[in-house]
Design a protein around this ligand. Structure first.
Ligand SMILES: [Zn+2]
Length: 305
């Protein structure tokens, strides 16, 4: 951008997002007091409290006595984490409430490293804001099957939140027919987003194709084939919280953008996120979630669940 244009741009700063919108959630989760939302830190606990309050405000049903589901874990390097927690809420299905679709995004990020805050706007405040938008959508348009909204903790520490969820599931695992996982969904530098999962479940393609064609962004299938298959794209099957679900035999649909220069850097900020792209992917996620709900019994049959 030329210097003159930069002056014009700075003279007209982007308006603050309206309360209750996905951009407002994104701004809140990347605010200084969230301090990068690292697991077991004050910033992580503030993010957790914010999400539990949003779930309550949206009118989601808790699974058990609280939206907050604590867990602890120990890493191979010996580091122990006693205060991790997933935030879980549900909208019950109108026709078949005992069959579940999980819609997930991890809310933790890297926190403060060597004095620098890593706000994690794209990774993954964006996915969490999208999950909240989907929760609002399904409250207003009740699904046929039950939908479990999961904001996972400790994804950045080897997918611990998703593992804890499946180790002590709040609903029977064999009643979970599919998971839609969102992780890094706002930094669409080429107006592109990847949809992973159909390499493992090719019969998902005809189910998803119409929504993919309707999307206002370019949706590319891929990033889900093992490296020895001749596929040049990195295999993301275990790169985010859908990995443990896949291991449990649950079909996954994952949306995420290609790695970018701000990935896992302090520059992954609210100010730098691509608002136009983010506004274009939200209707795509609503579309795909609606299709998954509509087809959930067929998906369960195809996956022999
Ligand atoms: Zn992530």
């Amino acid at each position: 951008m030329a210097a003159g244009a930069a002056i014009l741009a700075s003279a007209a700063p982007a308006a603050a997002p309206a309360p209750g919108t996905p951009l407002a959630d994104l701004a809140a989760l990347t605010a200084p007091e969230m301090a990068g939302r690292a697991t077991g830190t004050d910033g992580g606990r503030r993010a957790r409290a914010y999400l539990a309050q949003r779930f309550a405000d949206l009118g989601l049903a808790p699974l058990g006595s609280s939206f907050v589901h604590p867990f602890s874990f120990k890493l191979r390097d010996g580091r122990a984490f006693a205060d991790a927690a997933n935030v879980l809420g549900a909208v019950r299905g109108t026709r078949d409430p005992d069959r579940w679709l999980v819609i997930s995004a991890h809310y933790d990020h890297l926190g403060i490293v060597d004095g620098a805050v890593y706000p994690g706007a794209d990774d993954n405040a964006s996915g969490v804001a999208a999950v909240l938008a989907l929760a609002a959508h399904f409250k207003a348009h009740p699904p046929a099957h039950s939908v479990l909204f999961a904001c996972f903790d400790a994804e950045e520490l080897s997918l611990q939140g998703a593992r804890a969820f499946l180790a002590r599931p709040p609903v029977p695992v064999d009643r979970i027919a599919a998971v839609l996982n969102l992780d890094m969904v706002s930094a669409g530098h080429r107006n592109e987003i990847y949809l992973a999962g159909t390499h493992h479940r090719p019969w998902l393609r005809p189910i998803l194709d119409p929504a993919v064609r309707r999307a206002a962004v370019k949706v590319l299938y891929g990033h889900d084939a093992p490296p020895n298959s001749g596929n040049k794209l990195e295999d993301w099957t275990y790169a985010s919280d859908h990995g443990p679900f896949h291991l449990a035999g649950i079909p996954f649909v994952y949306f995420g953008v290609e790695d970018h220069p701000d990935y896992h850097r302090p520059t992954d900020t609210f100010a730098r996120l691509n608002r136009d792209f983010f506004a274009r992917v939200l209707p795509l996620f609503v579309d795909v979630a609606t299709v998954l709900d509509r087809e959930l019994a067929a998906i369960a049959r195809a996956a022999e669940r």
